[in-house]
Design a protein around this ligand. Structure first.
Ligand code: SAM
Ligand code: SF4
Length: 440
């Protein structure tokens, strides 16, 4: 190690990765390490990687090659997360200056691995994907003092044809409801008012204690004193049950937002994707959400250009966007991923056609969002203050429906601080945000 025990950690990918990194940072600090802001200052350089799309592994190898010369300065390198799990021992072969390769299912063994590193040895955590244990730690270095994540379920057993996650994060395993509620209470005691329950598929949550279903857990977290907002992501449509909507309707702290990835509007494509639901099943879930007493916003994920997707099937996805009226979508061009069933299918939609479909879909969705956003003008909504946009003289707020609502404060009134909740009157709308003025 260069001098004192210092580390630099860079994170790529989803909220799960971001939160894993908060736990990894906490673990390293508890082992006597100090976090630094740059590779130059660090003795140990860590990358928490994502391999969900594109050529993620190639990017990681390029980065590692760039760092080779830094080995002479005594720095050590580690690869964590999905690319670490996917490429495994190959990383040591292609980048011999790497000392640590660790998939997310092995993070709970990090303290022992750090001891090995300090003794000048290599450490690998790659053999835990079948574990039933979760990463329980009391050391979580949360970066935001007001809103924070809580993992409730790790891994995934769904094996959608396009997705690498079950191969990189391992089998599904839930934390106990007791551990989750204890963490939620501890966060509330430390001043957090918003928590987000995380998992690749939160609604297949299965309490090892047998005490709570997902919706009961959700309601219980929503009733923790001090918590004003509880969110959850991601939901898989097949496991999304009506009692989740009932919980949102009856527990005020549960936010008015459901992220329900559909992936395609064509039942034929959904079947090829091994998603386990038809378009009709999906629309049934949407109708439960839409008939709730509260106005719940709905967002989704979509993949265009899945092997064999025809123009007509793509158009079915566009129709679904109209039918549901999503408040937001995350849309992606299909990219073949190692180990997945879809990789063996001919990647039949040319890259230019995928790009064309993606652009059409995003433009279509933009029009829908612009129309839905206009419906908020004139309403008064509560926001959590997230920060400031100094250039525009605006504050940035987030609504319960997970919409960005930027706002101004009338001259002479005190500026609310980040983390506080204020009411904002909406005066203008854009496809991706709202604009307003603080009330009172
Ligand atoms: N568990 C979530 C679910 O079932 O919807 C999704 C988790 S995944 C990290 C997030 C999104 O990435 C997916 O919903 C999908 O739209 C997208 N995605 C996953 N694999 C992909 C691939 N091979 N090509 C393009 N997009 C992909
Ligand atoms: Fe991937 Fe499907 Fe699991 Fe989501 S449910 S993580 S898309 S395999």
């Amino acid at each position: 190690m260069a001098s004192e025990k210092t580390f630099y950690l860079e994170t790529f990918g989803c909220q799960m990765n971001v939160h894993d990194s908060e736990k990894v940072v906490g673990t390293l600090i508890s082992q006597g390490y100090r976090q630094v802001e740059s590779v130059e200052e660090a003795g140990l350089v860590l990358y928490n990687t994502c391999s969900i799309r594109d050529k993620a592994e190639q990017k990681v190898f390029h980065r590692l090659t760039d760092f080779r010369k830094l080995e002479r300065q005594g720095k050590k390198f580690g690869v964590l997360g999905c690319v670490a799990q996917q490429e495994g021992q190959k990383i040591f072969e292609r980048a011999p200056h790497v000392s640590l390769v660790c998939g997310s299912a092995s993070y709970r063994n990090l303290p022992q691995m750090l001891v090995q590193l300090e003794a000048g040895k290599r450490a690998a955590g790659l053999d835990d994907r079948q574990t039933t244990e979760t990463f329980e730690t009391e050391f979580t270095a949360r970066t935001n003092p007001h809103r924070g994540y809580i993992t409730i379920i790790e891994g995934c057993d769904k094996f959608c044809a396009f997705c690498v996650v079950p191969y990189t994060r391992g089998r599904e395993r839930s934390r106990t409801s007791d551990a989750i509620l204890a963490e939620a209470c501890q966060m509330a005691d430390s001043g957090y008012t918003e928590v987000q329950l995380l998992g690749q598929n939160v609604n297949s949550y299965h309490d090892p204690l047998g005490k709570k279903s997902f919706s009961e857990l959700l309601a219980a977290v929503g009733e923790v004193e001090g918590l004003k907002r509880v969110r959850f992501t991601t939901s898989h449509p097949i496991d999304f049950t009506r009692d989740i909507v009932d919980a949102i309707d009856s527990v005020p702290a549960l936010c008015d937002h459901v992220h329900l990835p559909v992936q395609s509007g064509s039942t034929r494509v959904l079947e090829a994707m091994q998603r386990e639901y038809t378009c009709e099943d999906y629309l049934q879930r949407i109708s439960w959400i839409k008939t709730a007493r509260r106005q719940i916003s709905i967002t989704t994920d979509i993949i265009v250009g899945f092997p064999g997707e025809t123009e007509a099937e793509f158009e079915e996805t566009l129709s679904l966007l109209d039918q549901v009226g999503y408040d937001g979508t995350f849309s992606f061009k299909y990219s073949p991923r190692p180990s997945t069933p879809a990789q063996a299918m001919a990647d039949s939609v040319p890259e230019t056609e995928k790009a064309r479909r993606l652009a059409i879909l995003q433009e279509h969705q933009k029009q829908i969002q612009a129309r839905l956003s206009r419906g908020y003008v004139g309403q008064t909504l509560e926001v959590m203050v997230e920060g400031k946009n100094t250039a525009r003289g605006q504050l940035i707020g987030r609504t319960s429906q997970n919409k960005t609502l930027n706002f101004t404060v009338t001259a002479g009134n005190p500026q609310p601080v980040p983390g506080s909740y204020v009411r904002v009157h909406v005066t203008a709308s854009f496809p991706n945000s709202l604009l307003g003025e603080m009330v009172g």
